[in-house]
Design a protein around this ligand. Structure first.
Ligand SMILES: O=C([O-])CC(=O)C(=O)O
Ligand SMILES: [Mg+2]
Length: 208
């Protein structure tokens, strides 16, 4: 597969197939703070980012962001450093799912953990809290602007990849460029594992 000719749908298919830790073999940037983890078990998410920056504990901004979601997107929530107020819970996740979203990533906390798990929409966060955002009608929040999430800059339309190991954000160009070598690496790994399990000498297997 040549990365030069990959169309968006081919990139999506490749990103859904590739192992995300394999991407970590090839890149140094785009890896979201590992404190941001999936609140559900056994998830795998790949989709373009819709972003929201929530300033001052403002739940109305989240409602505006939910309206911008379309099928396959991942909502990335920059809480402007607020790690106490949860902007995502049962209602938010249900609304995002109704829009066809693939998941939500919060640089902050989430709430309604049991309901999130039964809704089934993958949500990544720094943890949970009972303290939530409020309907404040602030003016500083913004939807679909460049944001920061777990130390990584995220532009609307960037690829957001998440699984039980963590979250990666790549520009469309970065994603297309890394995909081929990551898929090749994934294809080669099962044979290596079989040879290790079969007792082949590690000196030769791991030498290069
Ligand atoms: O209202 C909030 O800030 C989060 C919440 O509880 C929900 O989405 O259900
Ligand atoms: Mg709630």
């Amino acid at each position: 597969m040549s990365s030069k000719v990959l169309a968006g749908t081919q990139v999506l298919a490749g990103l859904e197939a590739v192992s995300y830790p394999t991407i970590g073999h090839f890149l140094e940037d785009g890896f979201v703070d590992p404190a941001i983890q999936s609140l559900l078990d056994g998830v795998k998410v790949a989709g373009p980012a819709v972003t929201v920056r929530i300033v001052g504990n403002d739940a109305i901004a989240m409602n505006r962001a939910l309206l911008e979601l379309y099928p396959g997107t991942v909502l990335v929530v920059d809480m402007d450093g607020d790690r106490r107020h949860a902007p995502v819970g049962a209602v938010t996740a249900a609304a995002a799912k109704a829009q066809g979203a693939a998941g939500i990533v919060v640089d902050g906390v989430a709430t309604d953990l049991l309901e999130l798990r039964s809704t089934g929409l993958p949500v990544f966060a720094r943890g949970t809290s009972c303290l939530t955002t409020k309907r404040l009608h602030g003016t500083e929040s913004a939807v679909n602007v460049p944001v920061t999430c777990g130390g990584v800059d995220v532009a609307p339309g960037d690829w957001v990849l998440g699984d039980d190991n963590g979250v990666i954000v790549l520009s469309p160009r970065e994603a297309a460029a890394v995909l081929e070598q990551a898929l090749d690496s994934d294809a080669a790994e099962p044979e290596l594992l079989v040879r290790i399990a079969a007792g082949e000498p590690l000196e030769t297997l791991l030498a290069h």
